[in-house]
Ligand binder design. Structure first.
Ligand code: FPP
Length: 237
């Protein structure tokens, strides 16, 4: 396990992939894979909080996921609502602060209501900040950022000559959080899949072959060890 606290990532981002394949291997419906995936979330949130990780961003529903069959979308939204309702008391008890990024207005109203209630209930948490990426797409975020920047320019708040990456990042959904130090993707796929395209520029990546519903504390520790062994040079020497 990564014992050197200075090598503990401040922000971990996760592409939780493989729920469907996990279910198929067991002859179960895909929705059972998502249900098991939600269980994995509980364990990893608990462990990140215990270790002192400050931010954990989970890719819970992508902008592209709206193209899935209606029954799967419906099941995922129902699971999200149920999960938030069920987990909020524990999040409060453990000092975990919930946040969300993405085009949240695309979510069904009942989900939005529960999400905002959970965000409000956990607002005082001083431990881990858990950020759910919902109806999230990296390209969409950059486009929304450009629109926001443009409005600020029109209103005279920003001088275009002052524009640099730091200023632009203040117009992204993630403006309140540092960039991820470590990105974990499960199920062996070597893709970014439109996740945090701007923010992952210098992030260390760890890909594991395990499906997300099988991802446990030990797998998190293995990823943290791998992270601790990396030398980050940010393009320098
Ligand atoms: C990818 O599996 C997983 C997702 C669609 C997003 C993650 C969703 C969960 C972990 C479900 C619970 C989430 C919350 C917040 C309650 P996949 O279906 O793409 O798997 P496959 O690639 O094997 O088909």
């Amino acid at each position: 396990m990564a014992s050197d606290a200075s090598k503990l990532p401040c922000h971990i981002a996760v592409i939780m992939d493989g729920n469907g394949r996990w279910a198929r291997e067991r002859g179960l419906p895909r929705t059972e894979g998502h249900r098991a995936g939600a269980e994995s979330i509980r364990g990893i949130v608990e462990e990140c909080n215990r270790l002192g990780v400050r931010y954990l961003t989970l890719y819970a529903f992508s902008a592209e996921n709206w193209r899935r069959p209606q029954n799967e979308i419906h099941a995922l939204m129902a699971l999200l609502e149920f999960f938030l309702k069920q987990e909020t008391p524990d999040l409060v008890r453990n000092g975990v602060r919930l946040q969300a990024i993405g085009r949240l207005h695309d979510l069904p109203e009942a989900c939005q209501r529960q999400l905002h209630a959970s965000i409000e209930a956990t607002a005082g948490g001083s431990g881990l900040t858990l950020i759910l990426a919902l109806s999230y797409g990296g390209r969409e975020e950059i486009v929304d950022g450009v629109k926001s920047l443009f409005r600020h320019i029109q209103e005279g708040h920003v001088d275009i000559a002052m524009l640099d990456p730091e200023l632009f990042s203040k117009h992204l959904y993630t403006r309140y959080y540092p960039d991820p130090d470590l990105m974990i993707r499960t199920s062996g796929e070597m893709r970014l899949s439109n996740f945090l395209l701007w923010q992952l520029s210098y992030t260390e990546m760890v890909i594991t072959r395990k499906f997300w519903p099988d991802f446990r504390k030990d797998d998190l520790h293995a990823a943290l060890e791998e992270f601790a062994s990396r030398k980050r040079r940010y393009g320098g020497l």
